[in-house]
Design a protein around this ligand. Structure first.
Ligand code: ZN
Length: 150
């Protein structure tokens, strides 16, 4: 368990497309555990590997602090509806704004063991999944802000 340093906006790594995970080994498990630790320490609800400088398609989400989603190579299979809410990002301190996200999503992802799982999420969880999966393609929420908040 270790807290990793969170990369901030302006760093190229946040704008680079992350590569698929092909090896499901112990170091992937350590990475995922470290990502949860780092996210909880920073009071976040999600964290993507590029945010700690690692260009792999891995993200973690926990919107209630209890249910932990680990998403390796996530793919959005279905997205329905639109919801708008205020967002922030651990990599963009001091920025906040309204972003449109899918209301419901079906996401397929692997876990640390390479097992394929299917997640049906809605509301805040869908927003968090969408935000984190965007990070894997170098997209930040500030690209999508419709209305900046103070
Ligand atoms: Zn973010």
């Amino acid at each position: 368990m270790a807290i990793r340093e969170i990369v901030k906006v302006g760093d190229e790594v946040l704008r680079t497309k992350a590569k698929e995970v092909t090896e499901f080994n112990d170091s992937l498990g350590v990475l995922i555990d470290d990502m949860f630790d780092t996210m909880f320490k920073a009071d976040g609800v999600g964290l993507a590997a590029p945010q700690i400088g690692i260009l792999r398609r891995v993200c973690v989400v926990s919107v209630d602090g209890m249910t932990r989603y680990e998403l390796v190579n996530p793919v959005i299979l279905k997205a329905k509806g639109i919801q708008r809410g205020a967002e922030g990002c651990l990599s963009c301190p001091g920025r906040s704004g309204i972003v449109a996200r899918p209301k419901k999503m079906t996401v397929q992802a692997q876990d640390r063991f390479g097992e394929t799982k299917l997640y049906k999420v809605e509301g805040y969880a869908a927003c968090a999944f969408s935000h984190e999966i965007d990070h894997l393609d170098g997209i930040l929420f500030i690209d999508k802000i419709e209305q900046e908040e103070e």
